[in-house]
Design a binder for this molecule. Sequence first.
Ligand code: ADE
Length: 219
Amino acid sequence: MKIDVVTLFPSWFNWFTQQRHVQNAVLLGHEIEFMDLRASTPLGAGQVDDTPYGGGAGMVIRVDVVEAALRERYGTAPPPHRTIALSPGGRRFDEALATELAAEPALTLLSGRYEGFDERVHEHLASDVVSIGPYVLSGGELAAMVVMDAVMRKLPGALGHDHSAVEESFSEALEGAPEYPHYTRPFDWRGHTVPDVLLSGDHGRIREWRRERSRERGR
Ligand code: ADE
């Protein structure tokens, strides 16, 4: 998979790209690149935004600036693959969307700042508008990292051993429910002990107990 991130703050992603599963994905041949909107703006003095028509507070990222960044990179705008604008008003990001996006060969993530993008970016340059939750962040960078994290850990091999992502929260294996509780040593912590079934060695019972706890949490 090839992921390009359009941002005004590429350095925000330095920490993210150093994380183990991201580096694993890169070693496996997946690619992440960052495109600084200011580097390709056709306007003077690195301008990328403008005041909103109709008045009001804040600045809006211009559609022609986003178009220029995409054209410079792909020779065409919109790009020839799925392009996601991060915005609090978009489709809510969830595990199903993460799975869907993990199957794409290429993604472009557009992270906005200020009051967000001119609406024509959503309408004509992005294929999807995605929100990570019903709250307003100061920009789309953290949202882009959330989306990349959830998508990249689904890439085969990214977690180190393939099994880790199969039976986890919201997976098909758990019928979309949250994951069952986990326990490890000590068996008895201040009088709070581990459920006996987990020490029974009866794998059928353990599987059944886990499914049941997972279903309960999903209700
Ligand atoms: N940009 C600002 N807030 C956001 C959110 N909740 N989701 C996605 N992008 C955002």
